[in-house]
Design a protein around this ligand. Structure first.
Ligand SMILES: C[S@@+](CC[C@H](N)C(=O)[O-])C[C@H]1O[C@@H](n2cnc3c(N)ncnc32)[C@H](O)[C@@H]1O
Length: 314
């Protein structure tokens, strides 16, 4: 049986092909509809927008406050999360990355579909201050005299756009309702509990997980060309908390494949879907390298074996 399956295409089609109650964990990082991006993901547009010195439509990235952005994200994620619910085993977890301004949209979608919202997790990193001073805009005003401009600039010294230094990326921890007790569900499906032997810092696992952004590309001997690569160490920790060896992890927005690398490195199986061919290629390269290195055989129970045969046999 293969250890991973990777598809190049739109997850809105591929998810429909996955059997009911067959996935042990979804951990995914959807596009955030960064200012000006629609649901038709276009990598070239995005790269151009972000490269323009961090400015979109004359405003710093993140300050073009478009209320439609969250609504569009919610509409985009609704049918996708419905598929997540269908394909996850009873009691299995669904972890979806988001950002502070949009987290609630994803949480409401999952909650309304029937998931139990267990927690909000946070990836804590160094962060970089982004708040802008208003001096530039004041200087450009034609309705103020130079004296007035100097006076306002002085008054606003230290006052900036309302952007606290972002240091946390939130994630939903949603659970498909279990069947019966935790023990019944575990015996039938092997999911629903959390492995407290897994720890990233020697302490009881917490809902804030601190990992430096610098750890993103560890163990890689080539530069990963993707704007939003997640640290493998973070994903590996989450996978080990919520699944056993041999189980199946799915990421429908695979990007450069960090979630897949984490899954294979921790002896889980992986299903990934990525729409952009160039990221699909990077992901495939990373996964093939890991698979070459590992050869562990894992014993499955008969339910798990049958489900995995349906997912991984050609
Ligand atoms: C935020 S990135 C994921 C990055 C990933 N976590 C990593 O570590 O590399 C989101 C990815 O979703 C992909 N994407 C966007 N819309 C998609 C769709 N409808 N189906 C599949 N992939 C999609 C984008 O090309 C992008 O690579």
């Amino acid at each position: 049986m293969e250890k991973f399956k990777l598809y190049n295409g739109d997850c809105r089609s591929y998810l429909k092909e996955i059997p009911d109650n067959s996935i042990d964990l979804i951990i995914t990082d959807p596009p955030y509809f960064i200012d000006g991006m629609g649901d038709e993901w276009n990598d070239c547009d995005l790269t151009k927008k972000v490269k323009k010195a961090g400015v979109i439509g004359g405003l710093p990235v993140g300050m073009k406050f478009d209320k439609e952005q969250g609504i569009r994200l919610q509409e985009f994620m609704q049918p996708i999360c419905k598929e997540y619910y269908r394909i996850l085993k009873p009691g299995a977890f669904c972890i979806v990355f988001s950002q502070a301004r949009l987290y609630h949209r994803i949480a409401v979608v999952l909650d309304d579909i029937g998931f139990e919202m267990r927690d909000m997790l946070g990836w804590k990193y160094e962060g970089q201050a982004k708040a802008f001073s208003q001096d530039h805009f004041i200087k450009k005003r034609k309705d103020f005299s130079e004296i007035e401009k100097a006076k306002i600039i002085k008054e606003l010294q230290g006052w900036k756009t309302p952007q606290l230094k972002p240091q946390i990326e939130p994630m939903t921890l949603a659970q498909k309702p279990k069947e019966g007790t935790f023990v019944d569900n575990w015996l039938n499906y092997g999911v629903g509990l959390m492995n407290t032997n897994e720890s990233i810092n020697g302490m009881f696992p917490g809902n804030i997980i601190e990992i430096s952004k610098k750890e993103r590309n560890e163990d890689e001997d080539f530069k990963i060309e993707h704007l939003t690569v997640k640290p493998v160490k973070l994903i590996e920790h989450l996978i080990k908390l919520f699944t056993k060896e041999g189980q199946v992890v799915l990421d429908s927005f695979a990007g450069s494949g960090s979630h897949g690398v984490a899954a294979l490195r921790s002896n889980r199986k992986f299903i990934g879907i990525e729409i952009e061919k160039k990221y699909y290629d990077i992901c495939l390269k990373r996964l093939n390298r890991i698979e070459e290195k590992s050869s562990n055989l894992i014993k499955l129970n008969s339910y798990e074996y049958n489900q995995q045969m349906a997912l991984f046999s050609n």
